[in-house]
Design a protein around this ligand. Structure first.
Ligand SMILES: [Zn+2]
Length: 350
């Protein structure tokens, strides 16, 4: 079979090449790939900045935003041939740490977890892949190919779960939410905010293209320009840009008792005049919470399936702005100005 492979640490080493069929030791469920989404982590890996090959190997099969069709369910009674499933990305560390031991591998404390398509285990960008029972989520048949949005949705179901946990801290009825960044993560965060009945605002740099209309079509409010110009103090900010100045401005803008949930992973950049002590003062005097969110466990995949099943299918479909065949993986990794989510299609007509 063929797969998109990459040599982690080596820029532009990706290729669509012949590889062995997936080994039975990688799971009793045999799956035929339907589609795989591309995200910033894939770009980081193919640029040589991130990623780890399996032990004793140089190359890794890329891809962690999966959608596949079951070919052989093996002994798993919950599955039938033809079911659409999405693979969970992370696997618990072998020690295991207390969090991995209870199934919270997204909260792994020793860093020895592995991740399909990212860290030491093959991803899903192969014509066929295998998976272990318990490490996938079934896709509602009404979603079909939109199931490829499941994994990015888990990122924000976890973020919203963390925001919800803060209700235990004090009397708190969040109403107004600001999402910074209208990429796939930001738009899916906004979708959940709207589903929860909140007054959702989304800020991005662009003034035209699909993003402003997607936000409006959710029933949310779109803002472009400076974060300080949104004109209100949000109860919740879901930060999806990873840009330093946006993070600092979010801490400045958040209302008293509010929560800033950081989901973006950036790096570097200039500080904009707020020292660590100044930042601490803002957070302390306003009882704010800063919380980071990464990865997802089984519970977040379950919730993401509910979120997508309840969403407008046409709206979800508009998040997918480009389809690319695996032999043209290089095109998929180039982000165009109008791209939201780019999908690598393994099935013709996907
Ligand atoms: Zn762990």
């Amino acid at each position: 079979m063929k797969a998109v492979t990459v040599q982690p640490g080596v820029a532009n080493s990706f290729r669509f090449e012949e590889v062995p069929e997936p080994d039975e030791s990688t799971g009793s469920v045999l799956v035929q790939a339907v589609a795989v989404g591309i995200c910033g982590t894939d770009v980081d890996i193919t640029s040589g900045a991130y990623g780890w090959a399996p032990p004793e190997r140089e190359r890794l099969i890329l891809g962690h935003e999966s959608l596949g069709r079951v070919v052989d369910p093996g002994p798993d009674p919950s599955l039938q041939a033809g079911d659409l499933i999405v693979g969970i990305v992370r696997r618990p560390d072998p020690v295991p740490c207390p969090n991995c031991a209870v199934g919270e591998w997204d909260m792994c404390r020793n860093g020895q977890y592995t991740e399909r398509g990212i860290k030491e285990i093959d991803g899903f960008m192969s014509e066929r892949w295998r998976i272990e029972p318990g490490y996938f989520t079934k896709v509602d048949p009404s979603l079909g190919h939109l199931g490829v949005l499941m994994e990015p949705t888990t990122v924000v179901t976890k973020a919203w779960e963390l925001v919800g946990v803060m209700r235990a801290r004090a009397f708190w009825e969040p109403r107004r939410v600001l999402v910074t960044g209208a990429g796939p993560i930001g738009l899916l965060a906004a979708l959940i905010g709207v589903q929860e009945g909140l007054d959702v605002h989304v800020l991005d740099r662009v003034t035209e293209g699909a993003k402003p209309q997607l936000v409006r079509d959710l029933g949310a409010t779109y803002h472009s320009g400076a974060i300080s110009d949104v004109g209100f103090a949000p109860d919740v900010i879901v930060e999806c840009t990873g840009v330093g100045s946006v993070i600092i401005d979010s801490i400045r803008l958040i209302g008293a008792g509010g929560v800033v949930c950081l989901t973006g992973v950036g790096g570097g950049g200039k500080s904009s005049g707020l020292s660590p002590a100044d930042m601490a003062k803002e957070v302390v005097l306003q009882n704010n919470v800063l919380v980071g969110s990464v990865n997802a466990n089984r519970r977040h995949f379950y919730r993401a399936a509910e979120v997508l099943a309840a969403a407008d299918k046409d709206w979800l479909g508009r998040l997918i702005t480009r389809h690319v065949r695996p032999e043209n993986i290089g095109d998929a990794l180039q982000r165009g100005p109008d791209d939201i989510k780019v999908i690598v299609d393994f099935e013709a007509g996907a």
